[in-house]
Ligand binder design. Structure first.
Ligand code: MG
Length: 266
């Protein structure tokens, strides 16, 4: 079932999403070579808690036998890791690494969800282009996130744009509705047919999240039960925001004012 948020619930969504935006502001200013991914996790958790939120990924249980609940506050996935990387004291960030971070903050009963991919220090031109295209894929998708359009219009725009740039989208994982639950209906794949799927309505809150691979789309899961890597070892990037569907178009909830200015977002 798709939940349509009333004005009170939308205010709660704004609050949770603002926490996520502030977490990224802090992570972006602190991430550097030589740090462990565990240190990033600590920074993010501290920030969330200082803002009255809790890290919703911590203890998240996918309910598959043998897979332990997610043990950390954020997901940190480096280079050929696509998503769901587990922060560790042993994993040290190197100059040029492509670091994808996924954060969900729960505040006053509502979730905010966003992902960013940072290139630490000086990355390659190839890495920069992949990260740019992944971000742009989000913006290409939300051009269609308008009342009366269908979710397939958004999915199609993302998939077509990524393919036009010579990259692949991950097909096994997708964006999603979000609210009281981290994952609500509808599912939002990063590919699809225009004109298909549910019609977008005012008050829907959606996490749109292109996951893009430089090479082939195939992925593998590591034995930790969480980390997803590219099968061909090529780089991957992830970019996500929680948006609100309004009668005036999509409103991005998980960006600070500064980040909106940097990305020419109203
Ligand atoms: Mg996310």
């Amino acid at each position: 079932m798709i939940s349509i948020k009333n004005s009170k619930e939308i205010e709660c969504m704004r609050e949770a999403c603002k926490v996520v935006a502030l977490v990224y502001e802090e992570l972006e200013s602190k991430i550097k070579p030589g740090m462990s991914t565990w240190e990033l996790d600590q920074i993010a958790e501290k920030k969330m808690r200082s803002l009255g939120a809790i890290p919703a990924e911590k203890g998240y249980d996918i309910g598959i036998r043998g897979v332990p609940p997610f043990p950390a506050s954020i997901c940190v996935s480096i280079n050929d890791e696509v998503i769901h990387g587990i922060p560790s004291k042993k994993r040290i960030i190197q100059e040029g690494d492509v670091v994808s971070i996924d954060t969900v903050a729960l505040k006053n009963g509502f979730n905010g969800d966003a992902a960013r991919t940072f290139i630490v220090g000086k990355g390659t031109k190839e890495a920069q282009r992949l990260v740019e295209v992944t971000k742009q894929a989000f913006f290409e998708g939300i051009k269609y996130a308008k009342v009366g359009n269908r979710i397939g219009d958004v999915c199609h725009a993302i998939g077509e744009y990524v393919a036009s740039q010579g990259y692949s989208v991950v097909r096994e994982f997708q964006g999603h509705g979000i609210g009281r639950d981290m994952h609500e209906d509808p599912g939002i794949p990063n590919y699809g047919k225009a004109g298909r799927g549910v019609r977008l309505q005012e008050g829907m809150t959606l996490a749109i999240e292109p996951m893009v691979i430089e090479g082939k789309p195939d992925i593998l899961e590591l034995s930790d039960g969480w980390t997803i890597i590219t099968e061909d070892g090529s780089l991957a990037a992830h970019y996500e925001n929680t948006i609100l569907i309004t009668k005036n178009g999509p409103e991005i909830l998980t960006m600070t004012k500064k980040e909106k200015q940097e990305n020419n977002v109203k």
